[in-house]
Design a protein around this ligand. Structure first.
Ligand SMILES: *[C@@H]1O[C@H](CO)[C@@H](O)[C@H](O)[C@H]1NC(C)=O
Ligand SMILES: *[C@@H]1O[C@H](CO)[C@@H](O)[C@H](O)[C@H]1NC(C)=O
Ligand SMILES: *[C@@H]1O[C@H](CO)[C@@H](O)[C@H](O)[C@H]1NC(C)=O
Ligand SMILES: CC(=O)N[C@H]1CO[C@H](CO)[C@@H](O)[C@@H]1O
Length: 333
């Protein structure tokens, strides 16, 4: 009996190690141009659809960039964020998804690809390619996207909210938690600050930073503001966001939220980061040094962003005989 327990113990340990490794960003089996032979027009089809979409709905750029992040951080980049079935209570319906929109755009791209090359291009790869194309559409950098991901068949409502480090990084997380969250997935502190730069485009709901304006310590009086935030900025935000406002949204990078650039970092330095997780970037010396570099002449932010997006795109991927290529992105085959 004791022997059996021991073996079971070792088995459990191996399972745990496996679970951690499976989230890691080794990207085994991915490569640039994976579809060069099986569907040579794949990337051009994605770009064509996306340039049409961006021409009429540019505000989807932020949400579509974030979609890749939400996908990769939970269960790896396996398209699990797109699933409605089999459970009906999937990641997509979990509270941290508030900022996500554009699922219908992924469906539109998928439809175009299915017409050209049925059952060849995975939904996880579409999400990765779309993230690059919306970045380019907002005047950001271009990078070569590695492809070859397969789609998973598991998506759980509880995953994104299952722990500060194992779940999706929260907009209230401090720097310690943010670094642990990235490190668990094989990403560095540099990846953290570089990918946070994605907040140069997009919006946030007032409810995501309301406490910083009205109720930071829980006293709930009008002066209960976050002392680490620029007071003039707080005054401006209070005009826009009233307490318990669940509909209004505010720019993460006011003044240039439609353009992918370095201005988000300038705001963070000026203590005008909108979310607590933006402000938290100031609490780490390595990150502070990057903020200064990224806002100076000769900034490497654009090329760094491509590198970090590739790193992120390698988290916990399914490749080769693992997983499947979904025919419809919201459903397993
Ligand atoms: C960061 O947040 C975690 C979880 O809320 C907390 O345990 C920890 O003390 C915080 N660290 C700092 C430095 O504030
Ligand atoms: C302020 O925050 C506290 C603790 O989080 C909460 O109990 C209280 O209801 C909040 N007050 C207001 C006015 O939102
Ligand atoms: C999920 O995928 C795995 C491996 O790709 C497969 O073995 C399993 O049967 C699938 N489960 C469902 C419910 O489709
Ligand atoms: C787009 C989407 O699925 N949004 C969901 C996010 O989560 C909330 C709360 O769980 C749902 O009500 C939304 O439908």
């Amino acid at each position: 009996m004791a022997g059996f327990k021991n073996i079971f113990g070792i088995f459990m340990l191996q399972m745990m190690v496996l679970a951690l490794f499976s989230l890691h960003a080794d990207g085994q089996g991915l490569k640039v141009g994976f579809y060069d032979e099986s569907c040579p027009q794949a990337e051009a089809i994605v770009s064509k659809v996306m340039s049409n979409v961006m021409a009429v709905a540019p505000s989807l750029s932020g949400p579509l960039l974030r979609l890749h992040f939400h996908d990769c951080f939970i269960r790896g980049c396996d398209g699990s964020i797109l699933l409605d079935t089999p459970t009906g209570q999937t990641e997509k319906f979990s509270p941290p998804n508030l900022s996500l929109r554009g699922f219908n755009i992924i469906d539109r791209v998928k439809l175009a690809l299915e017409m050209a090359c049925p059952s060849v291009v995975s939904c996880a790869d579409i999400v990765a390619l779309v993230a690059r194309d919306v970045t380019v559409a907002t005047k950001g950098p271009y990078w070569e996207v590695e492809t070859g991901r397969k789609d998973g068949n598991v998506s759980l409502f509880t995953d994104p909210i299952n722990g500060l480090v194992t779940g999706l990084p929260s907009f209230t997380s401090n720097i310690t938690i943010l670094k642990q969250s990235f490190s668990l997935r094989g990403l560095s502190t540099k990846d953290l600050v570089v990918l946070s730069g994605g907040h140069t485009i997009g919006m946030s709901h007032c409810s995501s930073f309301e406490e910083r304006l009205y109720n930071f310590t829980g006293k709930g009086n009008n002066d209960d503001t976050d002392p680490t935030m620029d007071q003039n900025y707080i005054a401006r935000l209070k005009l826009k966001c009233k307490p318990r406002d669940v509909t209004t949204i505010a720019e993460l990078d006011p003044g240039s939220f439609k353009t992918f650039d370095e201005s988000y970092y300038k705001l963070v330095i000026k203590r005008r980061g909108l979310l607590q997780s933006d402000a938290a970037l100031l609490n780490d010396p390595e990150i502070r040094a990057y903020l200064i570099q990224a806002t100076s002449h000769g900034s490497t932010f654009f090329s760094d962003f491509g590198v970090s997006m590739v790193n992120m795109g390698r988290i916990g991927v399914l490749t080769g005989s693992q997983g499947e290529v979904r025919k419809v992105c919201s459903k397993t085959n």
